[in-house]
Design a protein around this ligand. Sequence first.
Ligand code: PQQ
Length: 260
Amino acid sequence: MNAFSPPETAWSPDQLEAQLRAIGAERYHDKHPFHVLLHDGGLSRGQVQAWALNRFEYQRCIPLKDAALLARIEAPDLRRVWRQRIIDHDGDGADDGGIARWLRLTDELGLDRELVESGRGLLPGTRFAVQAYVHFVRERSLLEAIASSLTELFAPTIISQRISSMLANYDFVSSDALSYFNQRLFQAPQDASFALNYVKCHARTPQQQFDAIQALQFKCDILWSQLDALYLAYVDPGLIPPGAFHPSEARDERVRLWRH
Ligand SMILES: O=C(O)c1cc(C(=O)O)c2c(n1)C(=O)C(=O)c1cc(C(=O)O)[nH]c1-2
């Protein structure tokens, strides 16, 4: 297969899984320079604030995309599984769930809740990337929508590294503030393994397999472009777009620039 056309004959489900995993190995956002800086302790507090503020937009929209996906599922047994994702993020009350836990992180980083929840200060690149994900899931086939969630296959390893490296490298972050990631450590593998089985069962023809591959590549691009936006604005060259969040201390406390 090349990147632009389906395989000539269909792969076995395990061959398809190998193709999907190869995409993560090449394109997942853990390879992005901003991500490397985040994990290596190379960011100032202001830059970590910018990351958490922008990443909240992703958190906020994940349940919206899952609701769009759920609304199109005909089978009750599949809906029953998928609805758990919305519960994981929204919780059963205002103080539990992934969104509430993310706000604990932004609180501890000293970000004003009203600012975070309002979406003011977001980078345009964040907004566009996240909206593109929601639109993709609304508009494409169910198979493509489910395949696009498969980046979560690659998340657990980096999430456990993130917890330990952020605690080791940033004295302004506590384990309580990172509780969001502790939950994801067991939620993400369950979500990813269910979605992977679905894709392996339902992507049978070369075209369906190609669609699944393309959907996962698209999703890697969504994650990558969010980090591009952060890097350009807050690391190098430091071009903060008009209206975007401006961490006051980032002006004096320039990060050592990370280069390939
Ligand atoms: O911290 C991360 O690196 C990371 C990555 C991803 C991902 O790969 O899309 C998700 C999450 N976290 C996450 O917390 C999350 O809830 C989530 C939902 C989804 C999805 O596509 O449905 N991806 C991710």
